[in-house]
Design a protein around this ligand. Structure first.
Ligand code: AMP
Length: 223
């Protein structure tokens, strides 16, 4: 039996739950989860030259220049050749990135099979991100109201002190939303025209959203 790779792009505003859902989807379908936000945060934590360049853009809620992100993406994609496919989380975020992704996948004989748009209104985004607490050590994510850790301020997984991500401050959240509207939202049309866009309601319980997401991905692959 010949099985084709499956490549899924997750789109949606910051705080739509892309990270949480992308990890689950990747695990469920044995795909590689590639989050450019996570990769960039790793570079910043390592204080690598790339991390140093990226940090100020991230703190302001702006996009990191395409060429920097592309370098990182390439490294990750090409060390994972022969894989069943990827869930791209937070990439592409611009038209140029979408074109590059097409090109990179084409070189591997692959393509974007499904682009899922996780739909969440702005007010909800601000509430979600404003209450978000992250573990700087292991990357686990909590929320003061909807997913508090067992011991206040401490990570359930590794016990480290939780922090508010620099870019989860309210003024930065607004900036990230505005960048999203102007640069990333237009990509919906691009994938819609190709007939690979699926809209998934991003409101509700994490499990319910995941069930809808899996349905949308499986449904479009089966066609
Ligand atoms: P995220 O965790 O996906 O919200 O990403 C956090 C920050 O990393 C964003 O606000 C951007 O500054 C930067 N970033 C992540 N992915 C990209 C990308 N594909 N292109 C440019 N900047 C990115």
């Amino acid at each position: 039996m010949v099985t084709r790779a499956l490549d899924v792009v997750l789109l949606g505003p910051p705080g739509a739950g892309k990270g949480t859902q992308a990890k689950r989807l990747a695990a469920a379908l044995s795909l590689l989860h590639i989050s450019t936000g996570d990769l960039l945060r790793e570079e910043v934590a390592k204080n690598s030259p790339l991390g140093q360049e990226a940090a100020s853009f991230m703190q302001r809620g702006e996009l990191v220049p395409d060429d920097l992100v592309a370098k990182m993406l390439l490294a990750r994609l090409y060390t994972q050749q022969g894989l069943a496919g990827c869930v791209f989380d937070g990439y592409p975020r611009t038209q140029a990135q979408a074109e590059l992704l097409d090109q990179l996948l084409a070189e591997l004989g692959r393509r974007v099979d499904v682009a899922v748009y996780l739909e969440v209104p702005d007010g909800e985004v601000v509430a979600r991100l404003g209450g978000r607490r992250s573990c700087p050590n292991c990357g686990a994510v909590y929320h003061v109201q909807t997913k508090p850790p067992a011991r206040e301020g401490l990570c359930d997984v590794c016990g480290s002190g939780l922090v508010v991500r620099e870019d989860d401050r309210e003024e930065v959240i607004r900036q990230r939303l505005s960048v999203y509207r102007s640069h990333t939202e237009p990509l919906l049309e691009l994938y819609e025209k190709r007939g690979v866009l699926r809209r998934v309601d991003g409101l509700g319980a994490v499990d319910a959203i995941f069930a809808r997401l899996k349905e949308a991905v499986k449904g479009s692959v089966a066609r």
